[in-house]
Write a protein that binds this ligand. Structure first.
Ligand code: ZN
Length: 347
């Protein structure tokens, strides 16, 4: 019996010896819970950090995107009349780029590409389908031809039509009636018909205020007879700052103002009349050197006279270069800011 009791006691002792095994199992659970709690704590604490970092990265990327938008680039078509983009192209532009302004129902007036990374793609895409696309640099160039019409006028107009460019013609009264249809053609093809001189004889025009008025009035009337248009743009023969006037230019400007006539000089020239033997390349280099230097828009002086064949020859390359460099070619109109060498001194 005593032996049995001992056995029982041993079992109890053994059992009690085994107890630490149970205690160990519980500690593991506690450790696991501890690890879970610590892990959760670390996770909860680090979450704001991760969120903060994510927000920073996201904001940075949005900022870059905003910078790109600021540098948005305009693609402008020179003249909407000649451009009839297909529905397919219109859809393609709308799909790929942020904004598409349409001019009329069958033309694209302006495409604004807000993502400059897509610029080249856009240029290539549109360039393949249209010839008259310009990436505008925001500056305008006004091509002006003085002293026409001449034997070159018809071809000048052909080139301008081919490139869909509108220009400004400061014309004289050519004594040859066979050239008179050119005045009407200038107008009907969308160019600006402007006055230069009836006689273009400096001594006569600038002899007195009266002779000046006579010259301007006769030309205005002649052009009205030819085209039905009352011209209100003028260029002084030799420019407003010429040194051959026998009369105060302020008086002449005063007359023009009274008549509602705006005069234009120029701030770029090819020097074609000064030196008609200059090659087409030299003429264009002259023009571009002024245009690139001018801070704003440029009014380019060229001549439409028989001696200036190289001006005609130079025109296609000039237009192409100007467009390639982002200049928008426009005819002068009533809204154009005049370039004037001599300013009117108000009394
Ligand atoms: Zn002239």
């Amino acid at each position: 019996m005593a032996e049995k009791n001992n056995f029982q006691k041993n079992i109890i002792e053994e059992k009690s010896l085994n107890e630490p095994v149970d205690v160990g199992y519980n500690r593991k659970q506690v450790d696991r819970i501890k690890r879970f709690l610590v892990g959760s704590f670390v996770l909860v604490c680090s979450l704001p950090v991760y969120l903060g970092l994510y927000t920073m990265v996201k904001m940075n990327s949005l900022q870059k995107r905003a910078d790109t938008v600021d540098k948005s680039i305009h693609i402008e078509l020179q003249d909407i009349d000649m451009v009839s983009p297909s529905d397919e192209l219109r859809d393609e532009l709308s799909r790929n780029y942020v904004m598409l302004d349409t001019g009329t129902e069958d033309s694209v007036d302006k495409v604004e590409i807000r993502d400059s990374e897509n610029l080249m793609t856009a240029q290539n895409m549109i360039g393949e389908k249209m010839n008259d696309v310009v990436v505008s640099n925001g500056k305008r160039v006004y091509l002006t031809f003085d002293d026409g019409p001449s034997e070159h006028t018809a071809e000048l107009l052909d080139v301008l039509a081919e490139y869909n460019v509108k220009a400004t013609f400061f014309v004289v009264r050519n004594p040859d009636p066979s050239l008179w249809p050119m005045y009407e053609r200038i107008v009907s093809e969308g160019h600006t018909l402007a006055m230069h001189s009836y006689s273009h004889v400096y001594n006569e025009i600038y002899d007195s205020k009266e002779s000046f008025i006579d010259d301007v009035s006769k030309l205005r009337e002649f052009l009205y007879d030819q085209t039905g248009i009352e011209c209100d743009l003028y260029r002084f023969p030799g420019g407003s700052s010429n040194s051959v006037m026998g009369v105060d230019v302020q008086e002449l400007i005063s007359y023009l103002n009274d008549e509602g006539i705006t005069y234009f000089d120029w701030n770029a020239l090819s020097e074609d009349a000064v030196n008609p033997s200059l090659s087409a390349g030299e003429l264009n280099a002259n023009v571009m050197s002024y245009v690139r230097t001018n801070e704003g828009d440029s009014v380019v002086l060229m001549h439409d006279i028989d001696a200036c064949g190289n001006t005609l020859e130079a025109l296609p390359a000039l237009i192409e270069t100007l467009r390639k460099e982002g200049y928008t070619l426009r005819p002068i109109d009533g809204n154009t800011t005049p370039v004037q060498h001599i300013k009117y001194k108000c009394e």
